[in-house]
Design a binder for this molecule. Structure first.
Ligand code: BTN
Length: 326
């Protein structure tokens, strides 16, 4: 009922009378009042005026379960929402929930991670104030060799969500990162449990530095946050909901073809590496080239200095710009 009250208050143009709320919800005035008290306890500013009713005050970045549920507009993803105050890693929790039978589309999100995981065994800084640390549990009917494309779909959804909510053009650094002004603002860690020919589940972990005001010294040169780049605070609930909505659209397109063909045009517009020099750190030795785009199955197309084109797989190399981070 809390979610519904919050949604009605948000949709109301000004005050919403207690009577109206009671009728819509089919409950007593006391029950409505109790819910209003719970919401104010969670940090919402709600004005209560005799003979007029209730009105929601502006709160910049309320980030918790009720708020999120009231703004999520998807069919599947995030409908089963697990919001945690603190967890070691949302990816770990999502994997545990997957083993216990949690449904496709479950979203695990935490205010803080005590052992956030980055790629290649690195740790991921996940302070309580200002980040979105979330993991999406999927059970896609695709073969395991196609799963790495999901990271690219997620990157596209994050870029679209940031554009739609914050009006900022974050770009994708293939395959796992998003950058703003050439510094990293988002990292994606995709993990999978599979048999030889079928997927049990995939967990897509997404970490976004949204309203973080200070980064550790060692990250300052390479990472940033939306706040640090703009001086503005952004509502994490709305941003999360926008990312989920973009995800759902992109994922449906992906599932229709089981590849990225329907998403490639948009992906290329957002690809920071496109037509830039890159150094490919392949297991057999590093080489330089120009990134020309990605294939429909997600490999990076790199034109070598001798003019030949190679397809770089995300799993086996890391690609860095030669002159700067992106
Ligand atoms: C990287 O760039 O190395 C990937 C970072 C992924 C971080 C996110 S935060 C939410 C999810 N839970 C984790 O432990 N890691 C991912």
């Amino acid at each position: 009922m809390k979610t519904e009250v919050l949604r009605y208050l948000k949709e109301a143009d000004g005050y919403l009378s207690g009577q109206e709320l009671c009728e819509r919800l089919g409950v007593s005035r006391t029950a409505v009042w109790k819910v209003i008290r719970q919401l104010t306890g969670e940090g919402y500013e709600i004005e209560a005026v005799r003979n007029r009713g209730y009105r929601l005050g502006g709160s910049d970045d309320v980030f918790q379960q009720t708020e999120l549920q009231s703004v999520i507009r998807t069919k599947t993803v995030g409908q089963n929402l697990v919001f945690l105050e603190e967890v070691d890693s949302t990816n770990n929790r999502a994997k545990q929930l997957a083993e216990a039978g949690a449904p496709d589309g479950t979203l695990v999100i935490a205010r803080q991670q005590s052992a956030g995981k980055g790629r290649r065994g690195k740790t991921w800084e996940s302070p309580a104030a200002g980040g979105i640390w979330m993991s999406l549990l999927l059970r896609p009917a695709i073969t395991p060799d196609r799963a790495s494309m999901l990271t690219l779909v997620a990157a596209l959804a994050v870029a679209e969500g940031i554009e739609n909510t914050c009006g900022l053009s974050a770009l994708i650094k293939w395959p796992n990162d998003l950058v703003l002004n050439k510094k990293k603002i988002c990292g994606i860690l995709t993990e999978m449990s599979a048999e030889i020919d079928c997927i049990n589940h995939v967990v897509i972990g997404i970490g976004i530095n949204v309203n973080i005001k200070e980064l550790p010294d060692e990250l300052k040169g390479v990472a940033t946050s939306l706040y640090l780049e703009t001086g503005k605070t952004f509502p994490r609930s709305l941003l999360t909901a926008a990312i989920l909505q973009a995800w759902e659209t992109c994922y449906e397109l992906f599932l229709q073809t089981m590849d990225l063909s329907a998403l490639l045009e948009r992906y290329h517009q957002l690809l920071v590496n496109r037509d830039k020099e890159v150094r490919v750190l392949a297991p057999g030795g590093a080489y330089d080239g120009i990134a020309r785009g990605v294939t429909a199955t997600g490999e990076l197309l790199v034109e070598k200095t001798d003019g030949t084109m190679t397809e770089v797989l995300s799993g086996e190399v890391s690609v860095r710009g030669i002159y700067d981070y992106a």
